[in-house]
Design a protein around this ligand. Structure first.
Ligand code: G
Ligand code: G
Ligand code: MN
Ligand code: NA
Length: 256
């Protein structure tokens, strides 16, 4: 079995799906949006995790069509849910963009075309990027983020704290949100070093005028501590696991 061959076919046959995990405003307890997460149900092998197929997509170049598919699918989902729900909508959907995808594709064009295709405003979408996307070419990365920002999209730095963080450089980037990696959040009650890192990221974000999302929240206790520390948004199994589009839509309706 070649994962690359099967993944190429899965993309062509529409066998990948997006699932959606709720993002919750810690102050109000209300839903603020969802993170879109790719899922692959292989006909013979069952579910294959993105932890396994995203690296294959990156090595083979399939990350370009896969990344465009995820942007288009998320944009269409926003338009579909808007149409089904009465009144003014404000939920956002976040889409992950890998460093390799950014190097290999014109992602500004990809995002703009997904927004246009679904006829939605840029501010309905958040793009999650990782620090690794910025190391090699800092000037190019700044230009890219400025261009994505000119589409009015929201920009989040994913897995923050795990990579290379040049703080002077971070301050120059038009980042809206720091996403605190779950390796710090999940152990913050039992490990004081991790708790110190969470606090530091929260105060850094405040100083730079950025919002924060904590991922991997698995208890009410952690959620409450983060809220008191001023974290804006929470994500994790305590609130909800990633779910199908239909389940996520029901979650959205129940929240309104
Ligand atoms: O959903 P799960 O925890 O299994 O995701 C594992 C990893 O796969 C996460 O790091 C997530 O960011 C990544 N991932 C999921 N969907 C996508 C996607 O559409 N594009 C990219 N680049 N990464 C994704
Ligand atoms: O790298 P990224 O932040 O995109 O990864 C998101 C991944 O984290 C998703 O695969 C999602 O399934 C997973 N995830 C989300 N909430 C939790 C949680 O509370 N606990 C754990 N262990 N994983 C989570
Ligand atoms: Mn993410
Ligand atoms: Na993350």
């Amino acid at each position: 079995f070649s994962m690359e061959t099967d993944l190429r076919r899965a993309l062509q046959m529409g066998e990948l799906e997006l699932h959606y995990q709720p993002l919750v405003d810690l102050d109000t307890g209300l839903l603020s949006g969802f993170e879109a997460l790719a899922r692959w149900q292989h006909a013979d092998l069952g579910a294959i995790s993105p932890v396994d197929f995203i690296p294959v997509a990156e090595e083979s170049g399939l990350i370009v069509p896969l990344g465009r598919w995820a942007l288009e699918e998320a944009a269409k989902t926003i338009a579909l849910w808007d149409e089904r729900l009465p009144g003014q909508q404000d939920f956002r959907i976040s889409v992950n963009m890998s460093a390799v995808q950014i190097q290999r594709d014109d992602v500004v064009e990809a995002v703009s075309s997904a927004l246009r295709g679904a006829n939605i405003a840029g501010n309905r979408m958040t793009l999650e990027l990782t620090e690794s996307a910025f190391i090699n070419d800092p000037d190019g990365a700044k230009r890219l983020l400025d261009n994505l920002k000119s589409l009015d999209t929201n920009l989040a730095m994913d897995d923050f704290g795990t990579g290379y963080s040049n703080l002077a450089y971070l301050q120059q980037l038009p980042i809206d949100v720091l996403k605190i990696d779950r390796s710090f959040v999940s152990e913050m009650m039992v490990n004081k070093d991790k708790r110190a890192i969470v606090r530091t990221v929260l105060s850094l974000a405040r100083a730079l005028g950025m919002k924060t999302t904590a991922e991997g929240i698995e208890s009410s206790e952690i959620s409450e501590v983060l809220r008191r520390l001023g974290c804006s948004v929470g994500q994790g199994y305590y609130f909800a696991r990633p779910m199908t589009g239909d389940a996520a839509y029901a979650f959205l309706v129940a929240d309104k």
